[in-house]
Design a protein around this ligand. Structure first.
Ligand code: C2E
Ligand code: CA
Ligand code: CA
Length: 288
């Protein structure tokens, strides 16, 4: 119990007093349960990728898709990423899971190309833990090198840049050599240090949903407009995340943001539904 309380302090940045509470046992038990089943998830074929369209605001065409992981556990049922990704990161299981994601995206890109369905880009999320050690960084690069590098974008959050992990340099130099695009995810949260933009050239900037939520307010409208302007000057593509209604879309149009992603257009979709979405869009294009 003392150990659970200590972890409670540690998880909130340390240097504080935490008393043991009964719910900590429940949380620890849930975590252990997730970890146990997560270990078998790849072998049991329990992962699936959903695809969320990223739209070109100027003509409503699909510019790209973000691949988002879904876990249908045989024992636990559906577990959302916000619950299992942190466990996968803490336990290091994210290294294997992340390699599975890359492989699945590559296979999908190849199938689409062969069937001439689409040639859009696909972005995938990478956690800092996946290139923490030199070994894991090299492993991930090796998997990426297997194909699709001209159409894959890797999404990283700032926290992936903050900690100067042993594998960081290897990973960042490696993805540049492969020609994989890199997006800075959740921009505006965390430290949002402009220093990161100086130290590393991102191809894409994704403005966090929290700014889009309140874009109809003057201050946040100004902030989003500034981020879009900055992105443009620095030669990045800017994507607004979490666009849920038309009012937000109109604001983004007015600001001149080029790409949007969010429930207003589509939720992350299972493969078949995503392909349907693509087909409907291209028919609209031909018709219109
Ligand atoms: P993220 O990378 O910021 O992904 C965007 C999240 O916002 C997704 O949640 C998506 O479903 C959700 N979203 C998109 N549009 C809207 C909207 O209009 N409204 C609202 N309320 N939400 C919207 P999801 O799929 O649950 O993923 C959560 C997080 O889990 C992701 O955040 C990402 O950090 C992580 N994640 C997901 N798949 C992977 C993966 O394959 N690898 C790694 N390392 N992390 C992943
Ligand atoms: Ca993302
Ligand atoms: Ca995001």
């Amino acid at each position: 119990k003392a150990d659970a309380a200590r972890m409670g302090s540690k998880n909130r940045g340390g240097n504080r007093i935490t008393f043991f509470e009964e719910q900590m046992n429940a949380m620890a038990a849930r975590r252990l349960e997730l970890e146990t089943h997560l270990r078998r998830a790849i072998a049991n074929n329990e992962f699936e990728l959903y695809y969320q369209p990223v739209m070109d605001i100027s003509d409503d065409t699909v510019y790209a898709a973000e691949a988002l992981l879904r876990w249908h556990s045989a024992e636990l049922g559906f577990v959302p990423p916000v619950e299992f990704i942190p466990v996968a990161e803490e336990t290091g299981l994210i290294v294997d899971i992340g390699e599975w994601v890359v492989g699945a995206v590559q296979e999908q890109l190849q199938r689409w190309q062969q069937a001439r369905v689409t040639d859009i880009r696909v972005s995938l999320n990478v956690s800092a833990r996946q290139f923490h050690s030199e070994d894991s960084a090299r492993g991930l690069l090796k998997v990426l090198a297997a194909g699709g590098t001209d159409r894959i974008t890797v999404e990283l959050t700032e926290s992936a840049l903050v900690n100067d992990a042993p594998g960081s340099d290897i990973f960042f130099n490696g993805i540049r050599e492969l020609g994989v695009h890199v997006a800075l995810d959740d921009f505006g949260t965390g430290f949002s240090s402009v220093g990161y933009l100086r130290d590393f050239e991102f191809d894409v900037l994704k403005i966090d949903k929290s700014f889009i939520d309140s874009i109809c307010e003057v201050r946040d409208h100004g902030l989003v407009a500034s981020i879009v302007a900055m992105g443009r000057i620095l030669g990045m593509r800017v994507i607004a995340e979490g666009v849920e209604d038309e009012a937000q879309l109109l604001q983004l149009r007015q600001i001149g943001c080029d790409f949007v992603q969010g429930y207003f257009y589509a939720r992350p979709l299972p493969l078949a539904e995503f392909e349907e979405f693509l087909q409907n869009r291209s028919q609209q294009q031909v018709a219109g």
